[in-house]
Design a protein around this ligand. Structure first.
Ligand SMILES: *Cc1c(COP(=O)(O)O)cnc(C)c1O
Length: 402
């Protein structure tokens, strides 16, 4: 008798799509210990190098002393401890919005929020490259889904026209990201805000990869472009170096989510220590040191852009640099070859990206040194012709707009 899932796993392996875990025996940072190998780490979303920062460690340790580890119950029962309340106030103040609600993760924020704000009579209009958490949340809501090609304003507009014509009573929600997680490019936010206003739709904007990286105090693309979004989503687990997700917006939106977001209601509150660490990160971002850290990140971004993508006169848009290779096995070979040279750069494959667009995804942090970045580029240049004759490096400004 065949062991269940064995055939399926063999098929994944044959297509170079099998995934496995890499065990890291150290704190996160610009270099990590991977089972006996010391690697320069270009795989993490710890953009500001806060994940192992002394201030966050101290805040978490202090909170553990005071509040213990487990929260004991869901937020609405008896799991709301003072750091949870302080965190939500800190997020709202930092974002300059009336209220915020914190979730166990960004994933939980998405799958809790979309079904709370849209139901089967409503319409969700989603960018094709939106993160899996947004896709799952949209599906779970039961709303009619309309997908527009990545950043395609014309198709977005026709979906909004369709929604207004066919479903005049529906709530219509446009869902997109400010910085796209696998391509590193930005949404044309001004035009999207203009369209959603014209069609009286709401905008849910996921700032997961923009927070800490863009805008004054690392507040995200909304801040950088001086715009607004009805439902602002983000994560505390990337640039903020802690864990958890949040939604920010009007007081009634947040009260509604407190009453209706199932991932918030039916899950035990995260440890108070994690909330305390996130507060320390938000405070750091708003101090001059936070601005310095962001400038250091952008200096690294400019350097890698200049070394790897410079042919175009486009500007880098984020800390994410996809290096599109195409075939899954080629991307895997390239990642393995880089690992042998001491670099941890993940090969991103289907289903995280479309089939046949496998890529190396290089992420930079403020904590990388210039020599680490130069050494990575030297290795890529040296390995490129060996792995595959012609590669098309995709600048993080590549995707066509509008
Ligand atoms: C990482 C990510 C999430 C999920 O956030 P977690 O806190 O890691 O669960 C949501 N949206 C986007 C765009 C992301 O990149």
């Amino acid at each position: 008798m065949n062991e269940p899932f064995r055939d399926e796993l063999d098929q994944l392996r044959a297509r170079s799509l099998l995934r496995h875990l890499h065990e890291i025996g150290s704190a996160q940072g610009p270099s990590v210990e991977l089972v006996g190998q010391h690697l320069v780490n270009f795989s993490s979303n710890d953009y500001l190098g806060l994940a192992a920062d002394q201030r966050l460690r101290a805040a978490a340790t202090h909170a553990i002393e005071q509040f213990g580890v487990g929260a004991g119950a869901s937020r609405l029962v008896s799991g709301t401890q003072s750091p949870h309340v302080a965190l939500e106030r800190a997020i709202a103040k930092w974002k300059n919005l009336p209220a915020a609600i914190a979730f166990n993760s960004g994933y939980a924020a998405a799958v809790g929020t979309l079904p709370a704000v849209a139901g089967k009579n409503d319409v969700i209009v989603l960018d094709k490259l939106a993160h899996a958490s947004l896709v799952d949340g949209a599906r779970l809501s039961g709303a009619s889904l309309r997908i527009f090609p990545h950043n395609h304003l014309g198709k977005l507009e026709s979906h909004l026209e369709w929604a207004r014509r066919e479903k005049p009573q529906a709530r219509v929600i446009v869902v997109t990201e400010s910085v796209f997680s696998m391509d590193g490019d930005r949404a044309p936010l001004r035009e999207i805000v203009e369209l959603k206003s014209r069609f009286q739709a709401l905008l849910l904007l996921d700032e997961a990869h923009a927070v800490g990286v863009l805008g004054a105090s690392g507040c995200g693309l909304v801040a950088e472009e001086k715009l607004s979004a009805d439902v602002q989503m983000g994560t505390l687990s990337k640039a903020l170096g802690a864990a958890g997700g949040y939604i920010c917006g009007s007081a009634s939106l947040i009260e509604w989510l407190t009453n209706r977001a199932r991932s918030f209601i039916y899950s035990t509150a995260p440890p108070a220590a994690v909330a305390a660490a996130a507060i320390a990160a938000i405070e750091f971002l708003q101090r001059p040191e936070g601005e310095d850290r962001r400038r250091a990140l952008w200096k690294n971004i400019e350097l890698l852009h200049q070394l790897l993508v410079s042919q175009t006169n486009r500007k880098p848009e984020s800390a994410i640099f996809p290096f599109v290779i195409g075939q899954e096995n080629d991307a895997m070979s390239f990642a393995c070859a880089l690992q042998k040279e001491g670099f941890f750069v993940p090969a991103i494959r289907y289903p995280s990206v479309p089939r046949g667009s496998a890529r190396l995804r290089i992420t930079l942090t403020a904590a990388h040194t210039e020599s680490q970045i130069r050494a990575l580029v030297d290795s890529i240049r040296r390995l490129q012709p060996i792995i595959r004759g012609s590669l098309t490096p995709l600048s993080n400004a590549k995707a066509e707009k509008g």
